[in-house]
Write a protein that binds this ligand. Structure first.
Ligand code: B16
Ligand code: MG
Length: 217
């Protein structure tokens, strides 16, 4: 039986995935590197330095460490400007109902986000208290696609991975869920997220009763 749902943040509970894209796109343009939505799929769930390395590599750019750190800082500054105006209205439709339905069934709720800005986004969305445990980039050594962040949440909740459902919009995050041996729910395009046990276009379509039934099979 499933006893926990562990959610990714960016792109699952709110549209910050779009803000990350806009901030990376602006940086790539500045560096003269081609960067589109298909490239961006590779970056979803990938930490800040890993994402920047991808863009530099795509452009064949080799820069001194100091300059790389400055570029990461610049992207983050832009991203924080984009999220500064966020409010409770930016929580995706259906999330509050989903959390309530899980709480009614006594299912624990965890967060597994690769973002160092996760706590701030949760505050803006007004959902900090909804979680039984929150793991962000500061809690783990290895980022997604490594399963560490999902396993860290399961461990903190004291629930075996096999009794957890992981919810992700990114390829890297889904790989992490699969390798953690949890039941995987993808949010987005089923053709992109083909690895997932089940895919919904939007989190509002996720029916907990159905997922619980299928995960138990
Ligand atoms: P930051 P998630 C991830 O968050 C994003 O998907 C990814 O695009 C971003 O690069 C990463 O966080 C790091 O974010 O620069 O704010 O530390 O999807 O795991 O919630
Ligand atoms: Mg995400």
């Amino acid at each position: 039986t499933i006893r926990a749902f562990i959610f990714d943040l960016d792109g699952v509970l709110t549209d910050t995935a779009e803000y990350h894209f806009l901030a990376w796109k602006a940086l790539a343009d500045q560096l003269g590197v081609d960067f589109d939505k298909t490239d961006n799929e590779q970056l979803k769930g990938v930490d800040r330095m890993g994402s920047l390395q991808f863009i530099l590599q795509k452009g064949g750019l080799r820069l001194p460490e100091k300059q790389i750190l400055a570029l990461a800082e610049q992207k983050n500054h832009h991203y924080q400007q984009l999220i500064a105006g966020m409010s409770e209205a930016d929580l995706f439709e259906g999330v509050t109902e989903l959390f309530n339905a899980l709480k009614d069934r006594n299912i624990a709720i965890g967060l597994a986000s690769a973002s160092k800005n996760a706590a701030m986004v949760l505050e803006r969305l007004g959902i900090t208290d909804a979680f039984d445990y929150v793991a962000d980039a500061s809690k783990v050594k290895q980022g997604k696609p490594h399963p560490e962040i999902f396993l860290t949440v399961a461990d903190a909740l004291n629930i075996p991975p096999a009794q957890c459902v992981g919810v992700e919009d990114s390829l890297a995050g889904l790989q992490a869920i699969v390798d953690a041996r949890m039941y995987s729910v993808g949010i987005g395009d089923a053709r992109v997220l083909h690895q997932a046990d089940v895919v919904y276009a939007h989190i509002g379509e996720l029916e907990p009763g159905k997922v619980l039934g299928n995960a138990a099979d």
